[in-house]
Design a protein around this ligand. Structure first.
Ligand code: SF4
Length: 298
C-alpha cells in the first residue's frame, strides 16, 4: 500500500436541499429539490460506505465534514456519521448545520461527532435559546461547538461562462477554497478539488446552459490502487483550473448582505443569469491576482 495523502478538510453532502433559502449559497442549495432526484440518487448509505472504505485506505483528513444543504434533513444522517467514525478517515468528524433541527436530535448524534459548526445567518437568526441548548448539549458530550456568523455572503457561482481564460486562471489560483481552506469533496465515486465542483456542471446542464455535464472531468476517480494516495496528492496541487472555474468567482465575488430568496426567485433560478462582470469585486480581484502573478502569493 502506498503512502496516504494527508488533507485538511474533506466534505460529503448528505443532502443538497435546505430548509433555508440563502441568496448566493455556494452549494446552490435553494435551487435543489425533488426535480434533482437523479442527482440526489448518488447519495446512499451503501455507496457512501463503499467510497469511504476505499478512500480511508489512501487518504487521511484532519476533519471530515457532513453537510448539505441541511444535513439534518436526511433521515439517516446518524448512519452516515457512524460510517465516518468506523472508517477512521479523520481526526475530527464535523457536522455543519444551520441548527434549526438540532434541538430535536437524539443524544446519539452528539456522541458521534467531535465538532458541530452552526452557520448563523442574521436574516434568519437561530433563537438564542436554541444556541444555548446546543452549547449545553455539546458541553455535556465534550463536543466542540463553533458558531459561524455569516452576515454577508460572497457571490460565488454564475450561469454565464467566464470566457477570459487569464481571469479564470487568476480566480482559480487565488481561490481560498482550493488553496487556503483546502476543503475537498467526496461525491459519487470521485474526489474533488473544492466543494463547488461536484454540482456546478450538473446544474448548468440541467438548465440546458451547457451541452454536457462535465463534473466528473473535474474530479479524480476513486480507485483502490497502491498509487491512489500519491495521485490524489498530485491532483490536489495542480495549478490548472477546473472546467467549473469558468463559472465560479472563487474568492473574488462581491460581498452582499445575507437574505432569503423568494419562491419566484428560486423558480426563476436567478443564479443562472449572473455573469462574472456584474458579480466580481474588481478591486479585490486585481489585488489578489496581481499578488499571485507577481509574487506567487495567495
Ligand atoms: S470551481 Fe474553481 S474557483 Fe470555484 S471554488 Fe472550485 S476551485 Fe475555486
Amino acid at each position: 500500500m502506498g503512502q496516504k495523502c494527508l488533507v485538511h478538510k474533506l466534505e460529503y453532502n448528505v443532502t443538497h436541499h435546505c430548509n433555508l433559502k440563502c441568496d448566493h449559497c455556494d452549494h446552490l442549495s435553494p435551487f435543489f429539490g425533488p426535480k434533482d432526484n437523479d442527482f440526489n440518487s448518488s447519495i446512499s448509505l451503501a455507496a457512501f460506505e463503499k467510497q469511504i472504505g476505499i478512500l480511508s485506505r489512501h487518504l487521511h483528513s484532519e476533519e471530515f465534514l457532513i453537510l448539505g444543504g441541511e444535513p439534518l434533513l436526511h433521515k439517516n444522517v446518524l448512519d452516515f456519521l457512524r460510517l465516518v467514525k468506523a472508517s477512521q478517515i479523520c481526526e475530527k468528524s464535523v457536522l455543519v448545520t444551520n441548527g434549526f433541527l438540532l434541538g430535536s436530535q437524539d443524544d446519539e448524534l452528539f456522541r458521534l461527532v467531535d465538532k458541530i459548526t452552526i452557520s448563523f445567518y442574521p436574516s434568519q437568526p437561530l433563537k438564542k435559546e436554541a444556541i444555548e441548548k446546543a452549547r449545553e448539549r455539546c458541553r455535556e458530550h465534550s463536543v466542540e461547538l463553533q458558531i459561524f456568523d455569516q452576515p454577508k455572503f460572497s457571490m460565488s457561482i454564475v450561469g454565464i461562462k467566464n470566457e477570459d481564460d487569464r481571469l479564470v486562471n487568476g480566480i482559480f489560483n487565488t481561490c481560498t477554497v482550493a488553496w487556503t481552506q483546502r476543503c475537498y469533496a467526496l461525491h459519487d465515486g470521485y474526489v474533488y478539488r473544492c466543494s463547488r465542483a461536484p454540482f456546478i456542471a450538473y446544474k448548468l446542464h440541467k438548465l440546458n446552459l451547457i451541452p454536457q455535464d462535465f463534473s466528473k472531468e473535474d474530479g479524480l476517480k476513486l480507485e483502490d490502487t497502491d498509487d491512489f494516495g500519491a495521485r490524489a496528492q498530485e491532483y490536489f496541487n495542480r495549478t490548472t483550473p477546473l472546467k467549473s472555474c469558468s463559472y465560479c468567482l472563487g474568492s473574488v465575488g462581491k460581498r452582499v448582505q445575507h437574505r432569503q430568496l423568494s419562491k419566484t426567485e428560486i423558480q426563476d433560478e436567478t443564479w443562472a443569469r449572473h455573469s462574472i462582470s456584474e458579480s466580481i469585486d474588481r478591486t479585490k480581484a486585481f489585488r489578489r491576482i496581481a499578488l499571485w502573478n507577481w509574487f506567487k502569493v495567495r
